[in-house]
Design a protein around this ligand. Sequence first.
Ligand SMILES: O=C(O)CCC(=O)C(=O)O
Length: 205
Amino acid sequence: MPDLFSQTPRETINIPILDGELLLVKGFYGLEEANKLQQELTNGLDWQAKAIKIFGKEIMQPRLMAWYGEPDAVYTYSGTTFAPNAFTSSLLQIKTDIEAFTESKFNSVLANLYRNGQDSMGWHSDDEPELGRNPIIGSLSLGEERVFKLRHRKDKTLKMDVPLPHGSLLVMSGAMQHHWQHALPKSARVMSPRINLTFRQVLSY
Ligand SMILES: O=C(O)CCC(=O)C(=O)O
């Protein structure tokens, strides 16, 4: 249940952005629910260390990952193909809550576990063809607050930092993935773990 009995008020912020739509919902889950979900997902998901090839060399990605979804939601990301695990009950609950809020449907979720401040995600857009033309991405953050960075692909003066608190939901939609890239940089600060779930609708061809 999102935020019904918690003291954390839900706050929805429409972040003005050129060439896309960006919505941040602080307290999408209140503290107790967010803590519970973080613990369930930390213990219950099939976290994997994955390698990517850069200039022919295999290097480990600086985070753990897991892919869940309906059986045909096969997804290729950074040259890695993910066959989905079946949704767990926690993921199904979160999916239902985010679907109700966004009035959208999702058939898959990429889970990332940032173990500490040294784990990160490089610059990219969620623009794989299987996500369709203007995908809605529902991105839930649990755990340590990290900074989500955005930069416009053409106009290099357009940049934005969006801190993502525990229990918050970020919704990217419209033409965002065509015009913007995003990243989650490392931090020199000692940091506790953070889980991020990005719900997506993968089209099968
Ligand atoms: O951890 C985050 O907030 C970013 C995740 C992300 O960029 C992705 O899954 O494509």
